[in-house]
Design a protein around this ligand. Structure first.
Ligand code: PHE
Length: 459
C-alpha cells in the first residue's frame, strides 16, 4: 500500500505546529518555579544561553534529519544507516510513553477548567483535598482518570484524524488564543497589589542561588520544553517542503517558546508574591497551591478558568505532536491506514495512561528504579513512567541523535539540507558543527549521568 505522507502547507502552519508542540505544561508550570529557585534573572540568562547554544542545535539536527529523509523518526535514521534505526525508535518510545501520561494530565487540566467554572468555592475550601479527590485518594477517580482524559484524548484524535492540515488548522487558532490568554493573565498578575516584589525578583540577578544544579535544571528544562528527543521534531520536519528556511524557523520556534516561558514566569511569580503563596512547580503546585492565588485575587474564579483554559490549549497542542510521532512510525512501519493507527494507539495509550493516575493514590502500583544515592527504590508507577522518559529514554535519544548527525551522517549533509544548494545562508554552520559534535553531546551526557547518580528529575 502506498502511503500518502502529510505535508505542511507553508511556513506559518509548520512554525505554529512546532511552537504548539514546544509550548506545553513545561513552560507554564515548571519554568516559573525553576526561575524562582535559580535566583530570577540569573536562571533566565543561563536558560536563554542554553536554549540558544544547545536546544537550537539539537532542534536543527532533528529538522534537517527528518526533512532530508521524509520518513518517520526511526526510518529517518534507518534510511541513512540501518543499524542506527533504534535511535529513532528510542525517541518514538519516549513519545509513546509521554503521550500515555500526558493524556491523563491533560484530563486533570480539563477537570480543573470544569471545576473553576462550576464549583470554584469547593476548590477554594480545601484545594489539596480537591486535588487528591481528582487523582483518586477518596475513591475511584472516575472523572480524573477516565471521563476527562477520554474527552481530552477525543479532542486530540479529532484534530489528528485530519492529518497535517488538521494540525495546522487547530494550531492556527489555538496559538493566538494561547498568546492572548497569556497576555491577559500577565496584565492581571503584574497589577495585583504586591506584585512588584515578584517582578523585581525575576529581574534581579542573584548568583548566590546558582550552582552546578542550576545549569543542569536549565538544560533539562530546555530539552523538555523544546520537545527534543521525543521523535516529534524529526516527524514534523519530515512534513516540510524543501523551500522552507530551516535555520530561521528554528530561531523563531526557540524564541517563541522562551518568550512564552518568560511570560508564564511574569504571571506566576508576581501572583504568588502578591498573595503570599509559596512558589513551586509541577502538578501539585499548579492544581493545589495556585488555588490560594486565585482565591485571594478579585474575580479569582474567572481568572482561574482563563488559566486552566490556557493550560488546556498548551497541553492539547503538545499532545497532538507527541501522538503524531508515534502515528507516523506505526502507520509507516506496519503499513496501516492513519485512521486505524490512531484508534488502535488511542486505546493502548489510554489503557496504559490509566495506570498513571490510578497509581497516584487509588491502587498501590509500583515501578522499580535505581540511583547511586538512594539505591533500589519502588516509586509509584506514575513516577516510574516519568523517570523512564525524563531521566533515561529522552536524553539518550537526544544524545545519540547528536552523535549520529555529528559523526555518522556528518554535519555537511545537514548543512546542505539547510542551505538547499545556496538558496538559504546558514550563517552559524561552523559553530553549529562544533556544537552538534562536541558540546551538545557532552551536555546531554551530563544530564544523564547526574540524574542516574543523584536520582533527580531534571526536566
Ligand atoms: N514541550 C512540551 C512542554 O513544554 C513537552 C511536551 C511536548 C510534552 C509534547 C508532551 C508532548 O510541556
Amino acid at each position: 500500500m502506498k502511503h500518502e505522507r502529510g505535508q505542511w502547507s507553508g511556513s506559518l502552519g509548520f512554525v505554529l505546529a512546532a511552537a504548539g508542540s514546544a509550548v506545553g505544561l513545561g513552560n507554564i508550570w515548571k519554568f516559573p518555579g525553576k526561575a524562582y529557585a535559580g535566583g530570577g534573572a540569573s536562571f533566565i540568562l543561563i536558560y536563554i544561553a542554553i536554549v540558544a547554544l544547545i536546544g537550537a542545535t539539537v532542534m536543527l539536527a532533528e529538522f534537517a534529519l527528518g526533512r532530508s529523509q521524509h520518513a518517520n523518526a526511526a526510518e529517518s535514521f534507518g534510511k541513512i544507516r540501518r543499524k542506527w534505526k533504534w535511535v529513532g525508535f528510542l525517541g518514538v518510545l519516549a513519545g509513546f510513553i509521554i503521550s500515555c501520561y500526558y493524556i491523563q494530565v491533560g484530563g486533570w487540566v480539563l477537570n480543573y477548567v470544569y471545576a473553576y467554572i462550576v464549583e470554584s468555592a469547593k476548590v477554594f475550601a480545601d484545594p489539596l483535598n480537591y486535588f487528591y479527590g481528582v487523582i483518586g485518594a477518596n475513591g475511584f477517580p472516575l472523572f480524573g482518570a477516565v471521563i476527562f482524559p477520554l474527552l481530552f484524548l477525543l479532542i486530540s484524535i479529532f484534530v489528528l484524524l485530519k492529518g497535517t492540515s488538521g494540525i495546522e488548522k487547530f494550531n492556527k487558532w489555538a496559538m493566538p488564543l494561547l498568546f492572548l490568554l497569556l497576555v491577559v493573565l500577565m496584565v492581571r498578575a503584574v497589577t495585583l497589589d504586591g506584585a512588584q516584589e515578584g517582578i523585581a525578583y525575576l529581574l534581579h540577578i542573584d548568583w548566590s542561588k546558582v550552582s552546578g544544579d542550576t545549569f543542569i535544571m536549565a538544560l533539562g528544562q530546555a530539552f523538555f520544553s523544546l520537545s527534543l528527543g521525543m521523535a516529534i521534531m524529526i516527524t514534523y520536519g519530515s512534513y516540510l517542503k524543501k523551500e522552507e528556511n530551516l535555520s530561521r524557523n528554528v530561531g523563531i520556534i526557540c524564541t517563541f517558546d522562551t518568550v512564552v516561558a518568560l511570560i508564564a514566569g511574569f504571571i506566576i511569580i508576581p501572583a504568588v508574591f502578591a498573595t503570599g503563596i509559596e512558589p513551586g512547580m509541577g502538578g501539585g503546585f499548579a492544581f493545589a497551591s495556585l488555588a490560594g492565588v486565585f482565591e485571594n485575587m478579585p474575580a479569582g474564579a474567572f481568572f482561574g478558568v482563563l488559566f486552566y483554559v490556557l493550560l488546556l490549549v498548551a497541553a492539547i497542542t503538545s499532545e497532538i505532536s507527541i501522538f503524531e510521532g508515534t502515528i507516523a512510525f506505526v502507520s509507516e512501519e506496519f503499513k496501516m491506514t492513519r485512521k486505524k493507527t490512531i484508534w488502535i494507539l488511542a486505546v493502548i495509550m489510554f489503557l496504559i495512561g490509566l495506570l498513571y493516575t490510578l497509581s497516584q493514590a487509588y491502587l498501590p502500583l509500583k515501578g522499580i528504579w535505581f540511583d547511586c544515592i538512594n539505591g533500589v527504590q519502588f516509586p509509584i508507577f506514575g513516577d516510574f513512567m516519568e523517570y523512564c522518559t525524563d531521566r533515561l529514554i529522552m536524553p539518550l535519544a537526544a544524545l545519540f541523535t547528536c552523535i549520529f548527525v555529528g559523526w555518522i551522517w556528518k554535519p555537511q549533509n545537514a548543512i546542505q539540507e539547510v542551505e538547499q544548494g545556496g538558496k538559504f545562508r546558514f550563517h552559524c554552520a561552523k559553530i553549529w558543527t562544533v556544537l552538534v559534535k562536541f558540546i551538545a553531546p557532552a551536555a546531554i551526557l551530563t544530564i544523564i549521568v547526574v540524574s542516574l547518580v543523584t536520582g533527580r528529575t531534571l526536566s
